[in-house]
Design a protein around this ligand. Structure first.
Ligand code: HEC
Ligand code: HEC
Length: 115
């Protein structure tokens, strides 16, 4: 009951005041499922319809669920990528994930491997 109340509060405030790092393992999974996936699925789909079926494994590696995900394109931030995809990442994905996870240190390399 206590946990359900905590989760209702998390969802109720839209996730803006959650500090993901302070959640326990079950709460992390629940928050990803109830808030991060639906919020980010909507952002990704608005960018490109091929993300209509975005899942946990769009970000996390399929087999091990790792993040950073070695299957995402590797990035060299001294020579950052350009174009619509890179702009969407910098302008929407990074700031939105920082808000959702309460972590202003989250960056490209929180998801992508470093080259
Ligand atoms: C938009 C990308 C994205 C999606 C979609 C996503 N995650 Fe995550 N997830 C992350 C990032 C980034 C982190 C790492 C946060 C951090 O730095 O602590 C993370 C962390 C986690 C963690 C904590 C790992 C740890 O070491 O504590 C779990 C568990 C998790 N995600 C489960 C899920 C599940 C289950 C789903 C689907 C319901 C999901 N995630 C969907 C990006 C995503
Ligand atoms: C929350 C996790 C996350 C963060 C943070 C993130 N990305 Fe991504 N990135 C993804 C995912 C998921 C995809 C889509 C992979 C796919 O096509 O299945 C992607 C795709 C891309 C692509 C390919 C775009 C295309 O047109 O297909 C580029 C380039 C990219 N990211 C660069 C960046 C850069 C640069 C940053 C930092 C400014 C960044 N990413 C931050 C998760 C992330």
């Amino acid at each position: 009951m206590k946990r359900l109340t905590a989760i209702a509060l998390l969802v109720g405030c839209g996730g803006e005041n959650v500090v993901f790092a302070e959640l326990d393992a079950q709460e992390r999974t629940d928050y990803m499922t109830d808030t991060v996936l639906p919020e980010m699925q909507a952002e990704f789909e608005a960018f490109d319809a091929r993300f209509a079926n975005m899942s946990c494994n769009t970000c996390h590696q399929d087999t091990t669920f790792a993040i950073p995900n070695p299957d995402l394109p590797g990035l060299d931030l001294t020579n950052p990528p350009t174009g619509a995809g890179a702009d969407f990442m910098a302008d929407t994905v990074v700031p939105r994930m920082q808000e959702l996870l309460g972590d202003d240190t989250l960056d490209c390399l929180s998801c992508h491997p470093s080259l």
